[in-house]
Design a protein around this ligand. Structure first.
Ligand code: NI
Length: 201
């Protein structure tokens, strides 16, 4: 399927209700459990998605439209949710996410981006040159990555309870987490190298 703004909007609009249906009023034993040390809970993931709405997708879109490659994106803080979600309940986070997503999709529609605009380029500190269409295609795929992650986190809680069925349950054998960790490690290495290059220039 080719990228289009309309196809992206169709999927992006569904994520808040999907998360709401799955997580609201689910006992904390599910929503606050993670996959082990230094991993996230479903609660943490929703906080991360909120931070993306606040600092990533629309702000970076505007940065590309206004500055192109001349000004690199601000680095995304992957741990911001641990600070920003403190003291909040999951229902509050789900409400915040739904509101911010609706506002951002309305803002994206209002931009009425034309083909020559979505071909514009920006600069990601670690990935280098990216196009606006790549950024806007990444947004819904990022949602799917985290829905996938939440399904895996929830399944993980019963990894021992399922007994011998474990071998038939693909979600318990998913390598997504380790692949992501490897990638994050490479990206943070690239980021540090870039920072180093910038400071030594
Ligand atoms: Ni993410």
């Amino acid at each position: 399927m080719e990228f289009s703004i309309d196809q992206s909007l169709a999927l992006l609009a569904r994520t808040p209700a999907t998360l709401d249906a799955l997580l609201r009023n689910l006992p904390d034993e599910w929503t606050h459990a993670n996959e082990g040390p230094s991993t996230w809970s479903a609660f943490d993931v929703v906080g991360h998605l909120i931070h993306g709405e606040q600092t990533d997708w629309l702000p970076r879109t505007r940065l590309i439209l206004e500055h192109g490659e001349s000004r690199p994106f601000d680095p995304f803080d992957r741990d911001a949710q641990f600070r920003l979600s403190t003291g909040k309940s999951l229902p509050q986070l789900l409400d915040d996410f739904a509101r911010l997503r609706a506002e951002n999709l309305a803002a994206l529609r209002a931009l009425d981006l034309q083909p020559e605009q979505i071909a514009l380029r920006g600069r990601h500190t670690a990935l280098g040159t990216v196009t606006l269409s790549e950024l806007l295609a990444t947004w819904p795929v990022h949602d799917m990555t985290h829905l996938h992650q939440i399904a895996r986190i929830l399944a993980h809680q019963y990894r021992n309870s399922v007994g011998p069925w474990k071998k038939y349950l693909g979600v318990l054998h998913c390598s997504g987490r380790s692949a992501w960790k490897r990638k994050a490690h490479e990206l943070s290495g690239a980021l540090q190298r870039t920072k180093h290059q910038e400071t030594t220039k």
